[in-house]
Design a protein around this ligand. Sequence first.
Ligand SMILES: C=CC1=C(C)c2cc3[nH]c(cc4nc(cc5[nH]c(cc1n2)c(C)c5CCC(=O)O)C(CCC(=O)O)=C4C)c(C)c3C=C
Ligand SMILES: [Fe+2]
Length: 433
Amino acid sequence: MTTQKETRNDRNDRNETAENGQGRISRRRLLGTAGAAGATGLALGAAGGTAVHAATASPATALNTLGSTGVPFHGERQPGITTPLQARGHLIAFDLAPGAGRKEAAALLRRWSRLAAEVMAGRPAGDGDTGVALDAGPSSLTVTFGLGRTFFDRTDLTARRPAALDPLPAFSSDRLDPKRSDGDLWVQIGADDGLVAFHALRAVQRSAGDTARVRWQMNGFNRSPGATRSPMTSRNLMGQVDGTNNPKPSDPDFDRRIFVPAEGEAAQGDAAWMAGGSYAVVRRIRMLLDDWEKLPLDGQEEVIGRRKSDGAPLTGGSETTPLALDKTGPDGKLVIPANAHARISAPEANGGAAMLRRPFSFHDGIGPDGTVDAGLLFVCWQADPLRGFVPVQRKLDRGDALSAFIRHEASGLFAVPGGAREGEYVGQRLLES
Ligand SMILES: C=CC1=C(C)c2cc3[nH]c(cc4nc(cc5[nH]c(cc1n2)c(C)c5CCC(=O)O)C(CCC(=O)O)=C4C)c(C)c3C=C
Ligand SMILES: [Fe+2]
């Protein structure tokens, strides 16, 4: 008989175990880890970030590195923040059901955390597993949990709500649909396989039981690993190389900008439970592709300030060359226009404000107005939205050339607590202290 603790593809490995300091894992899996580490280096090029990979392939199934690459659920930080962009994504927000309070919310987060640890390791989702992910390895699945502003009122924890969850300011270009915005709880699911991602999504939905109801769901995608000759920064649905100037985990101030510190002002008092956590701003940004695609190439490049072919600044060099913001052309005009998106959003133009952008593209067919309903599920991560998303969006709202081609249609801000240690669940430090 196969136990739930076993990997979907790991049934022959039962007797070949070795201690890894965190419990027992299969010897073949340990060997596989070394192989997957090579793949980690490849994957990092897509989004930057670190993920510890544990492979789960057995010789019987000979998974390639895409399927066998796994991301651990337990750790100081939640997965899905610095994990390289995955090919598939689901964003889903829940509201606690009437009558569900702190006790029920704690039980739900405990259930979800257990479930996430299982499916991220490539194991079944418990009794009644749907079988959708049978045959597949973990495929870089990540499940990330966040708490919305209203969660704290529903659970009588208003006094512990961090100031960073104050509502985002209204922006003049907002066209937000409240039904597709906010939510008590938020779950981000990413994987490099569509079936593995869907399997986790359904398991999360079913495990919500009577405690929480789906408020909204959005489905997205990115380029699949291996689709390009070598690992490259991904493109968005406007065709631009998008993600070049993201903060890198190797930057000296990366942790300070993206994660709430364990010590210092931000970690004191009522929000100490957020140590190691981060704040996610989620925006559904529709792209007005019919208008964008009519714009000639040089016009498109001026909107961003970078070449479309390779993402290099219009001032020359390659993708990673810094923008020469002061450079003028023979006509005396700035080569990177004053309203170019890359100029306006740069940290230098925003008092150093920075965020880690980790989006998914979306395509939901044709909208009621007959135009394509596609764009960017913009997800950005920061230690404090007032030093990340807010100042940058304020600036973009006032004079970004890209504004004519996009529409912000939904919005959410979520506190994403630090990772759960073994035996712990996400949010436990808030809910049980
Ligand atoms: C408030 C934050 C931002 C929103 C909203 C946003 C929307 C958005 N961006 C693109 C395409 C590109 N953005 C690029 C760079 C870039 N964008 C932001 C912020 C927001 N973008 C930042 C902070 C940066 C980096 C600026 C820098 O440091 O140079 C680029 C250039 C390549 C890159 O660095 O990633 C593109 C292309 C779209 C299509 C979009 C909404 C749909
Ligand atoms: Fe941008």
